[in-house]
Design a protein around this ligand. Structure first.
Ligand code: F6P
Length: 329
């Protein structure tokens, strides 16, 4: 078989480890693996991996020492053309022309929407791997890149706490996650923050002000509030404005971590998950599976139809919200 692999959408630490796993698992099983550059845009432009053979084929050596690197050696993009029927038909023709039998796209919900659309015009097998820092897909407990993004946020919160404490200030730290508060909630608990504003639960400014006065009464010198960029009340700058309007008792500063969270060497959890899921994706296409995402749920490797991975927003665990409240004393 000729198996194509590509990375698409926002990059996530661990994508390289996943590419490496797909390439080495495919070669170990006696098949060819072709690298497609720049996601679906690169597929439409027929941009293949330039290795020793320059025909897109990846070798054992072409993925040497990449598991520890952030970003993606195949590069990534978001493609408008791939959303059109003409673009999808063209992509299907290109896959046939290059005799690709199976595709392993590594990405998030946009990538899997694209995979489902492509399957209308191409009868090759498609098995995806969840590569996104957002952790917003169903069918896996964690997505590849999430753990590293949370670690990056926690490191930032640790550092900010020093200066916040020195100046007796409150920091609003904005983290990524368009529709999902996972990064915010996990980094708030792990980083010892007092408050998290996430899209899954209503953010009550009056409640936060009440809590802040309580903190002052308890002689708390600094406060860390983690804001998910997709909070229904807006990002950290907007929340800072709303807090000030209602009489925030702390002097405030804002920091948006932005794309910092997408970079850096992946933590072990992301490398391990990426390696496992890349291997599962290859085994699955070889077994004839298609239209599914490889994931890990409760320690077990599972396949979930693409449509189910993005059918609903992942819910945050109410116990985690409660835990954060208990810890923030
Ligand atoms: O989906 C991953 C993500 O990093 C989101 O958390 C964020 O909202 C978005 O991508 C940013 O996208 P861009 O790469 O276009 O800046």
């Amino acid at each position: 078989m000729r198996i194509g692999v590509l990375t698409s959408g926002g990059d996530a630490p661990g994508m390289n480890a996943c590419i490496r796993s797909v390439v080495r698992s495919g070669l170990a099983a006696g098949h060819e693996v072709v690298g497609i550059c720049r996601g679906y845009s690169g597929l439409l432009a027929e941009e293949f991996f330039q290795g020793e053979d320059s025909d897109g084929r990846m070798t054992l050596r072409s993925v040497s020492d990449i598991a520890r690197r952030g970003g993606t050696i195949l590069h990534t993009s978001r493609s408008q053309e791939f959303r059109t029927e003409a673009g999808l038909r063209k992509a299907a023709d290109i896959l046939r022309k290059h005799e690709i039998d199976a595709l392993i796209p590594i990405g998030g919900d946009g990538t899997f929407h694209g995979a489902v659309a492509l399957a209308r015009f191409w009868d090759g097998r498609i098995v995806g791997c969840p590569g996104t820092i957002d952790n917003d897909l169903l069918g896996t407990d964690y997505t590849i890149g999430f753990a590293t993004a949370v670690q990056t946020a926690v490191d930032a919160v640790d550092k900010l706490r020093d200066t916040a404490d020195a100046h007796e200030r409150m920091f609003l730290v904005e983290v990524m996650g368009r529709h999902c508060g996972s990064i915010a909630l996990f980094s708030a608990i792990a980083g010892g923050a007092e408050i998290a504003a996430i899209p899954e639960t209503p953010t009550r400014i009056d409640e936060i002000i009440r809590l802040l006065h309580e903190f002052v009464r308890r002689r708390k010198t600094s406060v860390m509030m983690i804001v998910a960029e997709g909070d229904e009340r807006g990002g950290a700058v907007e929340l800072q404005r709303q807090l000030q309007e209602l009489g925030c008792p702390y002097e405030t500063r804002v920091l948006a971590l932005g794309h910092l969270q997408r970079g850096g060497s992946p933590v072990f959890h992301d490398r391990l998950l990426a390696s496992r899921l890349g291997g599962l994706a290859v085994r699955s296409v070889l077994e004839g599976k298609t239209g599914v995402m490889a994931g890990e749920v409760g320690g077990r490797l599972v396949l979930t139809p693409f449509e189910e991975t993005y059918a609903a927003h992942r819910q945050v665990d109410p116990e985690d919200i409660r835990l954060l409240e208990i810890m923030a004393t």
